[in-house]
Design a protein around this ligand. Structure first.
Ligand SMILES: C[S@@+](CC[C@H](N)C(=O)[O-])C[C@H]1O[C@@H](n2cnc3c(N)ncnc32)[C@H](O)[C@@H]1O
Length: 284
């Protein structure tokens, strides 16, 4: 599949990355959410500086060790061959799964993150098409249908309105083959909102030792995470704190079934003692 040849009305190939860029992603379907936050604001948070630092936030080595074979085993057990990582970030899962033999396509809505994905792919000698694609327009930008779609790293919580979440899930549904697998995670906001944030207990998606991540604001409808880097710089990322059962209900409404969850990477877990919830669902 050739990312540069994928046509879409209103899209242009990015001259630097060779990817297809949605020309009017910003504000395309953004709806004012809590505190006037919109679902397009993530674009301003993943700046060149943040993209450069993301691999410092969660080092690939630590992540690899923490996740071990969790995703590769899960995908293999389900007979998956083709994977779309729709929140590629800097490309960790795309590269990891490509190295494990899956046919992978990567996309991200933030051009700087897609650019970093591309750099990481090239520096590893891999060949993975990369698209700049907001989830709410995914099927119009990323061609094909996939056996599995990943939306990991607490990415989905960047959507601040129910309409945008429903639209994104419709698009995930559209790019999945019938029976295809959606894997979507989020921080355990049930625990954060009721008991407060605790520093990660598991090896899943945990921060590097030299980067301090903590919520600088916690409200029922908005959580702002601050990342303090050893060079004295800091970045903030703002999220809608989605609850586990609400996400499961959204998935059901969007046409997914045979759902299950993992707490961090375990199928049996104490819902108040895990850092991340991972939802696994099949497209009906
Ligand atoms: C916290 S990062 C996680 C990246 C990667 N999955 C990981 O685990 O390292 C969240 C990513 O989601 C992307 N993102 C947020 N909202 C998006 C949207 N509406 N459409 C596409 N990408 C989005 C951001 O650009 C960012 O790269």
């Amino acid at each position: 599949m050739d990312a540069t040849s994928a046509g879409h009305a209103g899209t242009d190939p990015d001259p630097l990355t060779g990817t297809v860029t949605a020309s009017d992603t910003e504000g395309c379907c953004g709806t004012a959410g809590p505190g006037q936050r919109t679902s397009s604001d993530y674009q301003a948070e993943y700046t060149p500086a943040m993209a450069d630092k993301w691999d410092q936030v969660i080092s690939w080595e630590r992540r690899d060790a923490g996740e071990a074979e969790f995703f590769t085993s899960l995908l293999r057990d389900e007979g998956v061959q083709t994977v779309l990582d729709a929140a590629s970030g800097t490309g960790f899962h795309a590269c990891r799964l490509s190295c494990s033999g899956f046919t992978v396509v990567a996309s991200d809505g933030a051009p700087e993150m897609a650019r970093r994905t591309r750099q990481n792919i090239v520096s590893r000698g891999l060949d993975i098409p990369v698209y700049v694609a907001d989830w709410r327009r995914l099927s119009g930008i990323v061609p094909g249908q996939y056996d599995a779609l990943l939306c990991l790293g607490n990415a989905f919580c960047h959507l601040f309105s129910a309409e945008d979440r429903a639209q994104a899930l419709r698009e995930f549904h559209a790019v999945l083959a019938p029976g295809g697998l959606l894997i979507l995670d989020h921080r355990n906001y049930d625990a954060i909102l009721s008991a407060g944030f605790t520093q990660p207990r598991s090896g899943y998606c945990c921060a590097s030792e030299d980067v301090n991540i903590y919520p600088s604001e916690v409200h029922d409808d908005l959580v702002r995470f601050r990342y303090d880097f050893p060079d004295g710089s800091s970045h903030e990322v703002t999220q809608a704190p989605l609850l586990k059962d609400d996400v499961a209900a959204m998935l059901r409404r969007a046409g997914f079934d045979r759902m299950r969850t993992y707490g961090d990477l375990a199928s049996a877990y104490d819902p108040m003692q895990v850092d991340f919830i991972i939802h696994v669902a099949h497209r009906v």
